[in-house]
Design a protein around this ligand. Structure first.
Ligand code: BGC
Length: 810
């Protein structure tokens, strides 16, 4: 659409018509404007899948590996292809704008949304994010770079004021967003948090650098509910307040323009941007851009490959890959083996139609070859999971699932539906709707004390066979939409149930204003005795030819709306690994977490694999790695501490509302290097199934300031298998006049080689890797002089070194 055409459209609208477009029409839609032939634009979370407008199980989505797994790929092509899957999913669900990628950084290992961010390093984050954006946007769907900016932890996220210096802001936190704008991202989401005294939806950072300096011509959308006043955000460059239809703009914004507190030109600029986005999405009369449909089998294959390729092998004492021909019995241990976490909690959550668990993947691989024994081990220290549909029948129809009813104030039914989940997110369907009810006939497989719960706010009750387990009025204690609508606290009760004897469960929640939309019914069978379960795991491991123990985080941590309080694996999982590793030297530990956890037993394990939150095909990808079809391709996108106490940057709790980024430029490996501390595993670390020798590096002896250059590194595959190696290049500037990180990632390239073969990795070092932000001049500068160029396999293992002289330009 040309600028003239845009102006013509704009001229057709009155001020109230314009302003109406600037607040959502619903939770996920922008308004339509018949005068322009403009239809509604549909938005949806992201980033691990496209949920669509409904927040439940009825319309399942492909579930991709979470962002930290994509960060571990170090492979833009694969990320771009996965972006294409998101685009195809968006089209299938009628979505125009995907609310992904999340470009915040792994600043503290405690960050609750760590799983949703790619990495601790701005360059890896920026390149991975740009690749995902290209993949999503190749087919007309818009991507959203979020959450602009410095929204790197969750504690008090609606109000926290992040204090960060100009240089760190530019070089570290804004850098991935700059890369996103360069990649052509069409939407940027302003976060809930504040930066240096201004809430992000009213921050001058929305104009400079985003719009003025970087030339972003798309739409700045607020995070959901983040616009809290009228004039500030309107003047600052926030374009679209979501969700709607209520909000602080509307009439109030019309009045503010009429009173002269908000310039008319500001409103026009917002509408122009929105129309531009609509034109690009085919929402202005044109057809909706079509993404090529993806066959389900192809999509699943891609997800399986991505799960394997993002798996990080931390160490291997010649245990992996396992040879199926040599295995008579394999013990698969841990509750996560059968109930993995395939995604993190919060707004990123989607509903996959099926999940391949590690146990499924291993069984499928070994079918007809080896016996698989599963020992769950002690119960995890996790809240009871959502109702298991395989235990429930709809009391009305008798078919598996639950009955969802909406009742009026008198208790009469006004709506009923058969559903497949105890987690329901209901709007107030009709004015008469008063109570939502979820009921089921529960057929326990285990006798003993069950824990049942109902999550939500307001008046709630939970009964089992007329016996009240929960009954009360539970006031809302949070303003955070992720808590109110997605993860409300649950209240629990316990009841004795008998295996094979049906119990009638009825959960009710009053649909009162301000109590949110979520009702979540959960149930946990009585856990086995921890000591007995440990003993059973030891027996299974001892009798097997190999043991695979799957451990991981639980819903307690790694979820939006909260930061973690520690890095320990919950429950008795560390004990479980220790006893299993002692019982069988061929023990592979599989860690299922979105972010770092402590691995205090790491010296005892035969091999350790990280699978992250691997998405729906995780178990299939894991089995491919375990049995050697694929090598574990991932490299750490973030440094893993041996213990939380060692980690240099951890604080996420604001003091008097402020969270000071005192460490400046030095987060992640940069902080470890500066403090001369040794982590358990460095950023960039990860093995495949072969070994490599770094033989030679060459760089131009001199370049002009502002020019990119290429590093050539020769690496030889010294092992017995073909493999892929991620060759990483870091720069250092000893003796600089500026404060510098000890070294920083400048680029990387992946190479593949056959056994014995030497290949040359050509690593492009962009000019930006050599520049720094000058807070005195408010500009990028390149310091002339000698830079060290280091090449190797992680931030802590860089066997090759060279130097390049940067000369001042003319
Ligand atoms: C999250 C965003 C998300 C939005 C809509 C917010 O609470 O911070 O990432 O896109 O909700 O679900």
């Amino acid at each position: 659409m040309t600028d003239e055409e845009l102006e013509r459209l704009l001229d057709k609208l009155t001020l109230p018509q314009k302003v109406r477009l600037l607040t959502g029409a619903t939770t996920w839609r922008t308004g339509a404007e018949p005068a322009l032939g403009l239809r509604e634009l549909v938005m949806s979370d992201g980033p691990a899948g496209v949920r669509g407008e409904a927040w439940d199980e009825r319309d399942p989505s492909l579930l991709l590996p979470s962002a930290s797994a994509l960060g571990a790929l170090w492979d833009e092509e694969s990320v771009e292809r996965l972006g294409g899957l998101l685009a195809a999913e968006a089209r299938r669900k009628g979505v125009d704008v995907v609310l992904a990628p999340t470009l915040n950084l792994h600043r503290s290992p405690l960050g609750g949304r760590h799983f949703e961010c790619f990495a601790e390093d701005p360059e890896l984050t920026g390149r991975t994010g740009a690749a995902l954006i290209r993949g999503i946007q190749a087919h007309g769907v818009a991507a959203t770079a979020k959450h602009y900016v410095a929204n790197d932890s969750e504690t008090d996220r609606l109000t926290v004021d992040v204090r960060v210096g100009e240089r760190a802001l530019r070089e570290v936190y804004l850098a991935p967003f700059e890369a996103a704008v360069e990649a052509g991202v069409r939407v940027v989401m302003a976060g809930y948090n504040g930066v240096n005294g201004r809430t992000m939806t009213a921050s001058s950072l929305l104009t400079a650098p985003l719009k003025d300096e970087w030339g972003f011509d798309g739409v700045v959308v607020s995070d959901w509910g983040a616009v809290r006043s009228t004039a500030g955000p309107a003047r600052a460059g926030l374009d679209l307040a979501m969700p709607g239809p209520e909000g602080p703009w509307g009439e109030a914004l019309v009045r503010a323009v009429e009173a002269g507190t908000v310039p008319r030109a500001a409103v026009d600029d917002k509408v122009r941007r929105l129309l531009r986005l609509a034109a690009r999405a085919g929402a202005l009369g044109g057809p909706r851009a079509a993404a090529p449909p993806v066959r389900s089998r192809d999509a699943r294959r891609l997800l399986r490959r991505a799960a394997a390729a993002s798996t990080v092998l931390l160490h291997n004492r010649d245990v992996l890959p396992l040879d199926p021909e040599e295995l008579g019995t394999v013990a698969v241990i841990g509750t996560h083996a059968a109930r993995p976490r395939v995604q993190g909690g919060g707004s990123a959550g989607v509903f996959p139609s099926a999940v391949v668990t590690p146990l499924d993947g291993i069984r499928a691989w070994l079918r007809g070859r080896a016996r698989v024994v599963h020992a769950p081990g002690p119960p995890p220290d996790a809240p009871p999971p959502p109702l298991d549909m395989s235990l429930c029948r709809d009391p009305r129809s008798g078919v598996p699932g639950v009955l969802l009813r909406v009742l009026d104030a008198s208790g009469a039914e006004i709506y009923a539906e058969h559903r497949q989940s105890g987690r329901q997110l209901e709007p107030l369907l009709v004015p008469a709707a008063h109570t939502v009810e979820i009921s089921a006939l529960l057929l326990p497989r285990t006798t003993g004390e069950w824990t049942l719960g109902i999550g939500g706010f307001g008046r709630m009750s939970l009964t089992v066979d007329e016996h009240a387990l929960v009954d009360g009025d539970f006031a809302r204690d949070s303003d955070d939409p992720a808590v109110i609508h997605v993860n409300p606290p649950a209240r629990y009760g316990r009841v004795h149930l008998t295996a094979g004897r049906t119990a009638r469960l009825v959960a009710r929640r009053a649909l009162a204003a301000g109590t949110g939309r979520a009702t979540v019914v959960s149930a946990a069978p009585p856990g086995p005795d921890a000591e007995e379960a440990l003993a059973a795991a030891v027996r299974a491991a001892g009798e097997a030819d190999a043991a695979i123990v799957v451990v991981g985080t639980t819903e307690h941590g790694e979820t939006e709306g909260h930061d973690r309080t520690g890095l320990a694996l919950g429950g008795r999982q560390d004990d479980l690994v220790r006893v299993v590793a002692d019982a069988n030297p061929r023990t592979v530990v599989v860690v299922n977490s979105g972010g770092p956890v402590e691995l205090p037993w790491r010296a005892r394990a035969g091999a350790i694999l990280l699978t992250w939150f691997p998405g729906q095909e995780g178990g299939a990808g894991l089995a491919d790695v375990l049995f050697g079809r694929t090598e574990p391709g991932g490299r750490l996108p973030t440094t893993w501490a041996a213990g939380l106490a060692d980690a240099p940057v951890t604080r996420t709790r604001p003091e008097q509302g402020r969270l000071a980024y005192d460490e400046g430029l030095h987060i992640g490996y940069r902080a470890w290097l500066r403090e001369h501390r040794e982590p358990a595993y460095w950023f960039g670390h990860g093995f495949g199934y072969t070994s490599w020798c770094y033989e030679n590096v060459s760089v131009p002896s001199a370049i002009e300031a502002g020019a990119p250059f290429t590093v050539r590194a020769d690496v030889r595959n010294t092992g017995r298998r073909p493999g892929r190696e991620v060759v990483q290049v870091y720069l250092a500037r000893p003796g600089s006049e500026r404060e510098r990180p000890v070294r920083w990632l400048a680029g990387w390239a992946a190479v593949s080689a056959a056994p014995g073969e030497t290949v040359t990795a050509r690593v492009h070092v962009p000019a930006r890797a050599l520049r720094h932000w000058s807070p005195e001049e408010h500009a990028w500068r390149t310091e002339p002089g000698r830079y060290r160029v280091l090449a190797g396999r992680s931030a802590g293992d860089l066997p090759l070194a060279a130097a390049v002289e940067v000369t001042a330009t003319g």
